[in-house]
Design a protein around this ligand. Sequence first.
Ligand code: SDX
Length: 455
Amino acid sequence: MKRKTVTIVNNLTGQEEEFPLIEGNQGPPAFDIRSLYPKMGLFTYDPGFKSTASCSSDITFIDGEEGILLYRGYPIEQLAEKSCYLEVCYLLLYGELPDREQYAHFHRMITTHSMVNEGLRAFMSGFRHDAHPMSILVGVVGALSSFYHHELDVSDPEHQEISAHRLIAKLPTIAAAAYKYSIGQPFMYPQNDLCYSENFLSMMFSVPAEPYNVNPLEARVLDLVLLLHADHEQNASTSTVRLAGSSLANPFAAVSAGIGALWGPAHGGANEAVIRMLEEIGDVKNINAFIDRARDKNDPFRLNGFGHRVYKNYDPRARILRKAVHQLLADTKTSDPLFEIAMRLEEIAMKDAYFLEKKLYPNVDFYSGIIYRRLGIPVNMFTVMFAVARCIGWIAQWKEMISDPERVIGRPRQVYTGPKDHEYEMPDQRGYPTGSTKHCPRCPQSRWSRMGSSS
Ligand code: SDX
């Protein structure tokens, strides 16, 4: 009978230790190295965590080689075709699809928590009008906790649930308010007779001066984009939320940290970077020059929207979005020159030896920006849209982490490569006047040594 263990041999010392294999329901097994340091005095070294499982989770599964994405075991393709964003929020948060009564209650909870405290309006007025909406989102979401200090006991399941509902419900309201603030228009209140995606479009584009009718096709496409971005296992921003939450910080603070991590162009900021790249390409005849730059090891330029840490096959979300973009532009009889460039870029890149060798396929961010543009959402709001969608993933993963009986604070170690055995060089050894013993007359240390010394 084969033992489900991995043996590590330290060839320097000859020490040999076995570590148990942990097998999930799908995906590669992991070997449990929690006792590695106590047993062998060794750390593992894995910058970027490319071969490291940071946790076990029941929520989302990705098979990067096969291009598979499951939310609680359901294929993303089925959910995209048959479900909606809010039902997927329930699925991710509670682990199963809701029955009629469960969905009605959840829908009512989210609807009736979509307004924000009026005090937040004053908070937002402290930002410059040209502040990037992500800077507003990071600040305002973290500040949300100040309105609920009586319900922030992270060990209380009721506080966990109401915080989850508040975050899911209020992110669109805050996101739309950030947009309205940036264009100097009045904030629009959520409307309880609208569904989640309709409500967001209404808060973004309606004005008090006239009625606003949400375009149902646009609401459906937005709902699809939100659904496809809802969760994605232990990506950078979700890992940030888990790490921040592991210190028992409140969920608003943990999600605010996740928003900050998402902002970068290597992660959620890629959708904004894709559009700016397509605008810079400007014409299909320039595409090859940009692909040459992406191939050039000496050029830091990367083709935004291509490549993925996990998917070494087509991102299944990109495949679904690509189809939705075609349908949206055809149904609304609009053409988008950037979409033409995007399609040509994808066609050329998918035949390029470098991209094929590196398995660089279009990812979810390659197409989402085209849809946001078509919906009239400005480029600087694209990553905000990603944050609105991913909030459920963050809070579901936070809830799983905070409820884990084996939870410990995340505290990685390091391989130290800095200097050692340094002695403090006195000021007169560092360019101060000869005999100087004080590096700064204002420094408390200098005052202390003056008090203690005879000089
Ligand atoms: C998201 O993790 C998630 O799940 C994220 C996400 C989610 O839903 O949460 O899916 C959302 O963030 C999607 C990714 C969006 N980012 C981009 O589109 C930015 C462009 N992509 C790259 O920056 C890159 O592909 C990453 C950051 C996405 C992945 O980087 P990895 O896994 O660390 O891969 P790598 O940097 O080691 O690249 C492997 C090789 C390198 O060449 P070598 O050093 O081996 O010679 O591929 C090259 C890279 O230079 N490469 C690219 C490239 N992406 C990788 N070369 C040109 N253009 C690119 N886009």
